[in-house]
Design a protein around this ligand. Structure first.
Ligand SMILES: [Zn+2]
Length: 413
């Protein structure tokens, strides 16, 4: 099973937006860009919403049938590890092997020594085509091994566990994004060496890039530095494919990829220039469009959107805790409950919608609501009922967000 050149991760927390999301992919196809939709949901999301992994497969299958989609599509067991993978095995065909927790854990001395020996030919001046030359010392390879070898071995254990229960016909991704420090392109090269040594036919790899990839809001960091490292990452991957005999469709996966509007132009330019593929993973951005649609619908829809905000405000610490490394909320910039209660649907939508040109847009409110989906989950049928009742308002926003603000700037320009 081979993942196509361009693929786009679609998170659907409440499993009602599969069709609206697929509409955006169809818009792209009609514009001449082939993108494989990949529905993704992490174990963390399943636990918070109270859903089973098999329900995401149903949602994807139903959307594809309803819209007559003829292309490939995938269902991603997002950020799984050995403890959580089992209930995803049957219903997924894309597995994001999360080894973030094992980064920094030390492999055995003999494994580290063997890794250095295997790759000692790179010691000296290493030229990576299209990235330049790098000085590689034995200490440098040892440092990469000491930090990442155990994590890659862990990915291998999860990979082989899935193969044992499912056979090998699935797409493996190795993700290292939820960790402290970004990986340099040179580190990436040696991490890919370890992935090849471990026998994982990775088709996507998700590094932690330089800068902040906060949930649901724009990139925070030095865009020029990002562009340089992104280009070097592409070069390191292309070189690693030939050096280590990795799958020839191996490509970068950008996690928390939604809403990073200021880096979409450099990404698009790099893809054009190199012909490289990409996987862009998004999730919560769709849930926020549900809230915008409900607010615009007015009445009960707006009432629910307000309630979600006000209860999120009350439970802020608890909601932010699992996402601490990927959000930056300044609580002093959050509107109070009374203020939001007085808002019209237009005011609510303007504060939440990711339109950087609108002075009413509030990125603190947006991040809080991003992690506030647990409050909607607690409403149960009342929330699900509103998604059905106000479906046209919601789906218009869901489709428009993915198509206009994401796919167009990333792939079309
Ligand atoms: Zn991730």
């Amino acid at each position: 099973m081979k993942l196509e050149k361009y693929s786009f991760g679609l998170g659907d927390r409440f499993l009602h937006q599969g069709r609206a999301q697929l509409e955006a992919i169809i818009h792209a196809k009609n514009a001449g860009v082939d993108i494989t939709p990949v529905w993704n949901k992490s174990n963390r999301e399943h636990l918070i919403v109270g859903t089973q992994p098999a329900t995401l497969r149903e949602e994807a299958d139903n959307a594809v049938t309803a819209l007559g989609w003829q292309g490939s599509y995938r269902v991603d067991a997002d950020h799984i590890n050995l403890a959580t993978v089992d209930r995803f095995v049957d219903c997924s065909d894309f597995f994001t092997l999360d080894v973030g927790d094992a980064i920094g854990e030390r492999a055995s001395d003999s494994d580290i020594e063997a890794f250095i020996e295997r790759h000692s030919k790179y010691i000296g001046t290493l030229e990576i085509p299209n990235a330049g030359t790098f000085e590689v010392s034995r200490e440098m390879i040892e440092a990469v091994a000491a930090t990442f070898l155990k994590a890659v071995q862990t990915a291998g254990t999860i990979y082989r566990h899935i193969v044992k229960h499912k056979g090998g016909n699935f797409i493996p991704e190795v993700s290292m994004d939820e960790t402290e420090n970004p990986q340099t392109p040179l580190e990436m090269f040696f991490i890919l060496a370890a992935i090849a040594d471990e026998g994982i036919p990775a088709q996507t790899v998700a590094p932690k890039f330089t800068g902040r990839f906060n949930k649901g809001v724009d990139y925070v960091g030095d865009v020029e530095q990002f562009e340089k490292e992104f280009n070097d990452d592409l070069a390191a991957i292309a070189f690693a494919i030939s050096e280590f005999n990795l799958p020839d469709n191996l490509k970068l996966s950008i996690h928390s990829g939604s809403d990073k509007f200021s880096i979409y132009r450099p990404i698009r330019n790099a893809l054009r220039r190199t012909g490289a593929g990409i996987h862009v993973k998004t999730a919560g951005t769709t849930w926020l469009e549900e809230l915008i649609g409900l607010a615009e619908a007015g009445g009960e829809g707006l009432a629910i959107a307000k309630e979600v905000y006000i209860s999120s405000l009350k439970h802020m610490d608890e909601l932010c805790e699992p996402y601490a490394t990927v959000i930056d909320i300044d609580a002093s910039r959050l509107p109070g409950a009374d203020e939001v209660n007085g808002w019209s649907g237009e005011q609510y939508a303007a504060a939440l919608r990711h339109d950087r040109d609108n002075p009413a847009y509030n990125l603190h409110l947006r991040q809080l609501l991003h992690v506030g989906y647990k409050m909607a989950a607690k409403m149960g049928d009342r929330y699900y009922g509103a998604l059905v009742r106000f479906e046209p308002d919601v789906s218009r926003n869901v489709t428009g967000n993915i198509w206009e603000r994401h796919i167009k700037p990333l792939f079309i320009g």
